[in-house]
Design a binder for this molecule. Structure first.
Ligand code: FA5
Length: 349
């Protein structure tokens, strides 16, 4: 073959490359094309092989033609590589973009914990009855947790709630609140009656964890202070709230005499079993009744402690455990499942 033939072979390959390379659809396709046009089986290799068959004076020109061809292919490939990189970056900017306006980073994932769900439901019921939601500190002082609630130091009622003290100030003066009742005192100290508040919150007792007791649990407290309040108001309010909570108008409430230093008279509140409707089952230990918490008329000593005249103002209060309420409603028999963080449990509610 002549030099002219070899040149024609390179020109034909280059012309083909000028169409194919700028249309390479990806960097991988481009690498394949580079191999095709400049690799071991390309026109460039074939011409290189043929050089030795040419007449001696033509050989340098043939070598230069191959070099020029290779340079042209390399230039075409480089141009396409840069264009592809720009295209791929532009596509990635769209497909891999995190759209912050979608708000996935602010919206809670999953759902609220069962105790939070019940707490909010109760708040809604009481707000519907005209109550306000109040909160108080979890680390309390002796005055609010005990003394103003008519539980003086060394009073036997202190042993009803095994207390976790905090080493702060004088001995046994600062503690993790054992119930939500101190918020009764804080509310009456900061606000003039009439008062209608509901107080949800975390409470602590020095108790060993078992199926129904936890050292950390939640309570919800209700306090109403007004003129002419009677036990009928207490019973009526509890009945309305229990029926709304369990969405069942056939539920009955039972009040049995009990003792709390801050209410007089005091009562233990129970509801007819929501599972067997009073005939007796495992959940209610075959009694037909489920205990919810304590209640009563605010003791005159408590009103006096916060500077209210018990002749003018009366009130009622009640409090019960949120975990217990959830356990009753859903038939949960282990309180520890609330804090185990086991998704198989949490996802059910
Ligand atoms: C009280 O704490 C009173 N302060 C309630 C009260 C308020 C009475 C206002 C009168 C007026 P008691 O200790 O019984 O009462 O607790 C109330 C409820 O909290 C119990 O019925 C139970 O549901 C829940 N509870 C108490 N201890 C625990 C515990 N260790 N773990 C889980 N729930 C508990």
């Amino acid at each position: 073959m002549s030099l002219a033939d070899e040149q024609a072979r390179l020109d034909a390959a280059l012309s083909e490359a000028r169409t194919a390379i700028p249309n390479a659809s990806s960097t991988d396709a481009l690498t394949d094309l580079e191999r095709h046009f400049a690799g071991k089986r390309s026109a460039a290799s074939a011409v290189n092989e043929a050089i030795k068959t040419l007449a001696a004076p033509e050989r340098p020109q043939a070598g230069q033609a191959v070099q020029a061809y290779r340079a042209a292919i390399a230039e075409l490939a480089e141009e396409r590589r840069q264009a592809l990189a720009a295209e791929e970056a532009a596509t990635a900017a769209v497909t891999e973009r995190i759209d912050l306006t979608l708000g996935a980073h602010t919206r809670p994932r999953g759902h609220l914990h069962l105790v939070t769900q019940i707490r909010r439901e109760l708040e809604d019921i009481f707000i519907g009855l005209g109550y306000r939601v109040a909160e108080g500190p979890e680390v309390e002082d002796d005055w609010h947790n005990f003394e103003a609630l008519n539980i003086p130091p060394a009073h036997p009622a202190r042993s009803m709630q095994d207390t976790l003290y905090v080493h702060l100030g004088a001995d046994e003066q600062v503690m993790l609140r054992t119930h939500t009742s101190p918020v009764q005192i804080r509310t009456m100290e900061s606000q003039a009656p009439p008062i209608y508040v509901v107080v949800p919150g975390r409470t602590y007792r020095n108790e060993t964890l078992d199926a129904r007791h936890s050292p950390v649990f939640h309570q919800i407290e209700c306090l109403a202070i007004d003129r002419h309040i009677t036990m009928a108001d207490l019973f009526g309010t509890i009945e309305v709230f229990v029926r709304r909570l369990f969405d069942d108008d056939t539920i009955r409430t039972r009040f049995r005499s009990d003792y709390f230093p801050y209410t007089e008279p005091s009562a233990e509140l129970a509801v007819s079993c929501v599972f067997c409707h009073g005939s007796g089952c495992r959940v209610c230990s075959h009694t037909g009744w489920i205990e919810l918490g304590g209640c009563g008329m605010v003791d005159p000593n408590v009103l006096t402690a916060v500077g209210l005249d018990p002749e003018e103002w009366q009130g009622f209060a009640f409090g019960f455990g949120l975990e217990r309420l959830a356990m009753i409603r859903y038939g949960i028999d282990e309180i520890r499942t609330f804090v185990d963080n086991d998704l198989r449990f949490l996802e059910q509610y």
